[in-house]
Design a protein around this ligand. Structure first.
Ligand SMILES: Cc1cc2nc3c(=O)[nH]c(=O)nc-3n(C[C@H](O)[C@H](O)[C@H](O)COP(=O)(O)OP(=O)(O)OC[C@H]3O[C@@H](n4cnc5c(N)ncnc54)[C@H](O)[C@@H]3O)c2cc1C
Length: 408
């Protein structure tokens, strides 16, 4: 019987421990926080978007970094099987917009309970202890040093997560363990992270959430790095919201900065928008232009648009020229916000970077450098967009590492 130590009781570690125990290993899961699943508890705004009800191709296209590495893991535990797994464990699920899967209860704590029970019922012991180092001799695992002493092991699964939201316990310890055993760690960077702007207009509009905008991000060279529709939020530091988080995955070099181009009226062509503005102006002939914008734009946006339009606030609607109308159309179709940097990694939903994938066997999650060492979850250099894909990475690599550690 293999003695397996799993480091980290997050999504990947709990899944790994449960499956390693199911397949007959003697499993100890070591978690340094007082409770397992602290990060899981805050996923999906406390509702836990635990999976995406999609096919493997969609999973791949929503995983922009090192998706090929995940091919075996996700085929071993495809999206529908992940959802089926939770249903079998007694967690009722529902599928929402964008194929996002949540517990019917809308409680992330139910997902944590199910995972804890799954690990324990298969025989894994969950121990509250912090791992300080992973030990190997002659290229093979011997055990782990913890703050409560040495624990011998034939297999060690490192499932310590990334370095964001450190209060949940993900403090980057796994990178230290991996490096000490000869692994390369691709520098951790924030991903799925809000973006900072020096533009005071963002501060002026803080709290304003725009549901149906189109966002395009260009590098200073003019190259488009991201384009999509969705929801955007102005904040005191810049911009956030689902489309912004997704965009950030594609922004790899901030040395020259980026520009966010926001189309505030993506459903209307420039001609249709011009006609709409003309209609609003003619309905308010003798009133100030600001009155004509109140039906078209949210209240917080109007003073900013008037300033950018460079038009006097008390200009009357009947005196707006065709050129001025066209300038307004351009402004609304391409509202620019300069981006200088992402928010700090602590505020990132996920950490990009991690243990280099070419040093891990994708069919087993075992290290190619140290026999008996495995990796699972966010500690690996893989990451995906929002929508349940990151947890699917954790579940699938966790299961594969758990199964392999028990069998091989
Ligand atoms: C605010 C927020 C919302 C999110 N929402 C979603 C969502 O809805 N859907 C989705 O798919 N993804 C979401 N994510 C991403 C997702 O939570 C992570 O990708 C996933 O939790 C990674 O799982 P993991 O098991 O690899 O790491 P983690 O969940 O970070 O778990 C790592 C565990 O290891 C423990 N640990 C670390 N070092 C040691 C040590 N030395 N000794 C012992 N234990 C240790 C930590 O305490 C922690 O419990 C969200 C992330 C955040 C921050």
């Amino acid at each position: 019987m293999n003695r397996v130590v799993v480091i980290g009781g997050g999504a990947a570690g709990l899944m790994a421990a449960g499956f390693a125990a199911y397949y007959g290993a003697d499993v100890k899961l070591l978690e340094k926080m007082h409770r397992v699943g602290r990060k899981l508890m805050i996923t999906g705004k406390g509702r836990c978007n635990l999976a995406n009800n999609c096919d493997i191709d969609a999973f791949m296209s929503n995983t922009p970094v090192n998706n090929k590495f995940l091919y075996s893991a996700i085929n071993n535990f495809p999206p529908q099987d992940i959802i089926g797994f939770f249903e079998e464990q007694g967690l009722k699920t529902k599928t929402e917009r964008g194929n996002r899967v949540f517990p019917v209860s809308d409680k992330a704590s139910d997902v944590v309970d199910v995972m804890r029970r799954f690990a324990i019922k298969n025989g894994a012991s969950i121990i509250n202890s912090e791992v300080r180092a992973v030990k190997a001799e002659n290229g093979a695992i011997t055990g782990v040093a913890t703050n409560d002493g040495f624990i011998p092991a034939d297999r060690v699964i490192v499932a310590t997560g990334g370095v964001s939201y450190t209060r949940t316990g993900s403090t980057g310890d796994g990178y230290k363990f991996a490096r000490s055993l000869g692994h390369t760690v691709v520098a951790p960077k924030p991903s799925l992270v809000p973006l900072e702007s020096p533009d005071n207009d963002c501060r002026r509009m803080q709290g304003l959430s725009l549901r149906n905008i189109s966002l395009k991000i260009t590098a200073k060279s003019g190259k488009t790095v991201y384009e999509d529709f969705g929801e955007l939020l102005f904040t005191h530091f810049g911009i956030s919201g689902p489309t912004v988080l997704s965009a950030s995955c594609n922004m790899r070099d901030f040395s020259e900065g980026y520009v966010a181009h926001i189309d505030l009226k993506p459903a209307l062509s420039p001609e249709q928008l011009d006609a709409r503005i003309l209609r609003d102006l003619s309905e308010n002939i003798n009133r100030d232009v600001s009155n004509s914008l109140s039906k078209l734009l949210p209240r917080k946006l109007i003073p900013v648009i008037l300033d950018r339009w460079k038009i006097s606030r008390d200009k009357k609607c009947n005196s707006v020229t065709r050129e001025e109308r066209r300038a307004l159309v351009s402004l609304l179709k391409d509202f620019d916000v300069e981006i200088i940097r992402p928010r700090p990694i602590e505020e990132a939903i996920i950490t990009s970077g991690g243990v280099k994938v070419s040093e891990i066997n994708p069919k087993t999650m075992e290290s190619k450098l140290v026999s008996g060492l495995y990796f699972a979850g966010e500690v690996i250099d893989v990451d995906a967009y929002t929508g349940g894909f990151n947890l699917m990475i954790a579940w699938s690599t966790g299961r594969l590492a758990g199964e392999s550690s028990a069998y091989l």
